[in-house]
Design a protein around this ligand. Structure first.
Ligand code: IPM
Ligand code: MG
Length: 362
């Protein structure tokens, strides 16, 4: 297969982790006989510095004509001025919107070998295997807002949702649940928020088409608690944008580290293979504190590559091979610093990438 992959390395540790992901894609191409071409584009802080905007037009155009987009991370203290006109994060939100990526899939699976890397008790973690689906192009991230300027004393954001926006993401989540354990948990704050009451009403209506699903509606505050109290009880969780953002950082601790969680953002734009043109990124940020030191964990980005192959290229065998290779490296006791515990071998970003590549080739 031929595929064009746009790489948005971004800021901080972004370039380091996407380099390792690219290494893995090259190994997959070699081993399974594919041709992947990479197109590096600017987005985020570096794009502000070099092009004067966090999301240059040519980046959007390149992404639109690609089969998939691989993203590292954006942001850093350099661009964190309160009165800044543009921000790295604006580029990220902009590309999500431009590609209509309304569903963000964040699978949370505990790797057995990492049980001791989590701060949560082993018996609570046993059996954790969930898929969080976060709505990605609506809610407070994109609703009308007012910034308080230098002398302003009022600011607001609006958590705005329309019925079709809720319908499409809930349907996607319901379909995903049908292919798993047939359990769907919808998260809202319907006891307080109007947008959540719409969310719940639409969800109930959509799910009437899925009589086989076991459905639960949970308030977001309670969900935050249940996630660490009985995480193994959940299968597919669907939530609006901001709730999903917060809950998945929390859920990442179930997998041992933020450095382990991949994500896939999908919408209704199709690529030349008639599969969704998706954006794949680790859920972690740009970690400016450790950028350039070669110690970041590349596994979330490498696992994002597995999702890319699966969802945007239909290469299930190749995706599974990457996941198995990661598992096997962890099984041998090799770790990056963020998931280290006693008795393991701690390696840097590149060595971790090399080891996964080696496993893939053998
Ligand atoms: C994420 C991140 C982003 C978000 C930030 C960097 C804008 O936290 O992908 O979860 O809030 O969506
Ligand atoms: Mg987040």
């Amino acid at each position: 297969m031929n595929a064009k992959i746009v790489v948005l390395a971004g800021d901080g540790i972004g370039p380091e982790v996407t380099d390792e992901a690219r290494k893995i894609l090259n190994v997959v191409a070699q081993k399974f006989g594919h041709t992947f071409t990479f197109d590096d584009q600017l987005m985020g802080g570096r794009a502000i510095d070099e092009r004067g905007t966090s999301l240059p037009d040519e980046t959007v155009a390149a992404c639109k004509s690609a089969d998939a987009v691989l993203l590292g991370a954006v942001g850093g203290p350099k661009w964190d001025k309160p009165d800044a006109e543009d921000r790295p994060e604006r580029g990220l939100l902009g590309i999500r919107k431009a590609l209509n990526l309304f569903a963000n899939l964040r699978p949370v699976k505990l790797n057995q070998h990492l049980i001791s890397a989590s701060t949560i008790k082993e018996e609570v973690l046993a059996g954790v295997d969930m898929l969080v689906i976060r709505e990605l192009t609506g809610g407070a991230y994109f609703g009308p807002r007012k910034e308080a300027g230098a002398d302003g004393d009022e600011a607001f954001d609006t958590m705005l949702y329309t019925t079709p926006e809720i319908e499409r993401v809930v349907r996607l989540a319901a379909d995903a649940a049908m292919g798993r354990k047939k359990k769907l948990t919808s998260v809202d704050k319907a006891n307080v928020l109007a947008s959540s009451r719409l969310w719940r009403r639409v969800t109930v209506k959509v799910l009437a088409d899925y009589p086989e699903l076991e459905v639960e509606h949970v308030l977001v505050d309670a969900m935050a608690m249940h996630l660490i109290r009985r995480p193994a009880a959940y299968d597919v969780i669907v939530a609006e944008n901001l709730f999903g953002d917060i809950l998945t950082d929390e859920a990442s601790m179930l997998a041992g580290s933020m450095g382990m969680l991949p994500s896939a953002s999908l919408g209704d734009v199709m690529n030349q293979h008639n599969l969704p043109l998706g954006l794949y990124e680790p859920i972690h940020g740009s970690a400016p504190d450790i950028a350039g030191q070669g110690i970041a964990n590349p596994l979330a980005t490498i696992l994002s590559v597995a999702l890319l192959l699966r969802h945007s290229l239909g290469l299930e065998k190749e995706a599974a091979a990457i996941e198995a290779a990661v598992d096997s490296v962890l099984n041998e006791g090799v770790r990056t610093r963020d998931i280290a515990s006693t008795g393991v071998e701690v390696v840097g970003t590149q060595i971790m990438g090399d080891l996964v590549a080696e496993k893939l080739l053998n």
